[in-house]
Design a protein around this ligand. Structure first.
Ligand code: UP2
Length: 368
């Protein structure tokens, strides 16, 4: 498994917790205004996975350097985060990192395997395995904090979105040992050994809070919690086995006062619960129109999304028409009670996407 340089324990990490001295006042930035329910100066748009494989300049700077190594190399992670901001005129940068970065930093033996995703050296399926998992210390993500400090100095008025994987999605990677279609071992543990399950989720919640607080202290302007796989659960199971933990993540980062975004895939049935877990903004995939989503959520939160990333492979007039459908649904969502609409895709940019199409999409969203 790839070895990532361990940060020196005396690395200058600001205290975890509330806003650090680096925080910029971005109250009027479109993303921040919209997330707080104020009218933005233009419709904000950014893309999950806007950095990365869709960009030739990314493939160039990553040549010969592993994914995780890149995440722990501040100059490189900073440059990669800036690339889509320079190219697309998006309204936010998203930290170049991965949901397994805090696990790696804490000492879990894992790697990101090209074409497959994060793979654990050993799956965690027993109480002893859970008890042996390491607790994350803020100084172990010192290089990520350093990346954020570099970005804050470079981004001017563009907000920086930090992120973490939610406890359930991280638990699934640990229990399955890698990406999984059916999450069978995860569900077996959840139903069969609920005490072990909640112990695992409790530890992952602590680590996620530590990771997000380190990002907030270093200067991120919003945070997104990715529960990418929550859509594999029934509503009742989400409520019992997952929501209390995600709710604690949101509660423990609320003090910073920055927008908190909650996103999952295939979560149409869970939207109200995911909103209720404490998010200011609810990310919606392409399966549910935004106005439907707003009615399901019911509260005054903003909605984010939700153009199908596969649509970007169609011709330009089609992409534009589908984008307009999303914008119109976003406006209906606001009339239905949503605080605002932040334009995004319904999931991450696909690796073979034409980056010029993304640039045009940003223009269309801004000029509509
Ligand atoms: O394909 C997947 O999405 C799942 C497995 C996978 C993950 N990291 C991975 C891979 C392999 C791959 O992308 O080929 C490995 C991974 N993570 C990332 C990259 C870069 C890229 O996509 O080209 C890559 C591919 C690395 C490479 O081979 O060059 C970076 C990443 N992961 C993530 C983010 C956050 C974001 O999307 O904005 C970001 C940063 C993007 C940015 O800065 O613009 C988040 C992430 N990573 C991961 C997940 C779980 C999702 C799932 O499993 O379906 C999620 C959350 C999500 O996308 O819903 C796990």
């Amino acid at each position: 498994m790839a070895k990532i340089p361990t940060p020196a324990s005396d690395a200058a990490t600001p205290p975890a917790g509330g806003p650090g001295p680096a925080r910029r006042d971005l109250t009027d930035a479109p993303l921040i205004a919209a997330a707080h329910g104020r009218t933005p100066s233009r419709r904000p748009v950014w893309f999950m996975r806007q950095a990365g494989r869709s960009l030739p300049e990314y493939r160039r700077v990553r040549e010969g350097i592993g994914m995780l190594e890149s995440c722990f190399t501040p100059d490189l992670a900073c440059e990669i985060t800036l690339q889509p901001v320079r190219r697309h005129d998006v309204d936010a940068a998203v930290l170049f990192s991965d949901i397994v970065v805090p696990l790696k930093a804490a000492g879990v033996d894992l790697d990101i395997v090209a074409g497959r995703g994060p793979v654990m050296a050993e799956a965690v399926r027993t109480r002893a395995g859970v008890d042996a998992l390491p607790r994350l210390l803020a100084e172990q993500v010192g290089p990520v904090a350093e990346t954020i400090r570099l970005l804050v100095g470079e981004l001017g008025r563009v907000p920086l979105v930090g992120f973490a994987g939610a406890p359930f999605t991280l638990a699934s990677y640990l229990v399955e040992g890698g990406p999984s279609r059916n999450h069978e071992h995860t569900k077996a543990l959840m139903y069969g050994e609920p005490d072990t399950w909640h112990a695992l989720m409790g530890l992952l919640t602590d680590n996620t809070v530590t990771f997000l607080r380190a990002q907030i202290a270093a200067g991120v302007d919003a945070v997104q919690l990715f529960d990418s796989w929550a859509g594999a659960l029934s509503l009742a199971d989400y409520r019992e086995y997952v929501k209390p933990h995600s709710e604690r993540v949101f509660a423990e980062v609320a003090g910073a006062g920055i927008p908190r975004i909650h996103f999952g895939v295939g979560t149409g049935e869970l939207l109200a619960e995911m909103a209720d877990a404490g998010a200011d903004v609810v990310g919606v995939d392409w399966r549910v129109p935004l106005d439907d989503a707003a009615r399901r959520i019911g509260g005054g939160q903003a909605v984010q999304g939700n153009l199908d990333p596969a649509v970007l492979f169609a011709d330009a007039p089609t992409v534009r028409r589908k984008a307009v459908e999303v914008i119109d649904a976003g406006e209906r969502a606001v009339r239905a009670g949503a605080a605002s609409h932040i334009f995004n895709l319904g999931h991450g940019v696909l690796p073979d996407t034409d980056p010029d199409m993304l640039t045009r999409l940003v223009e269309w969203v801004h000029e509509y």
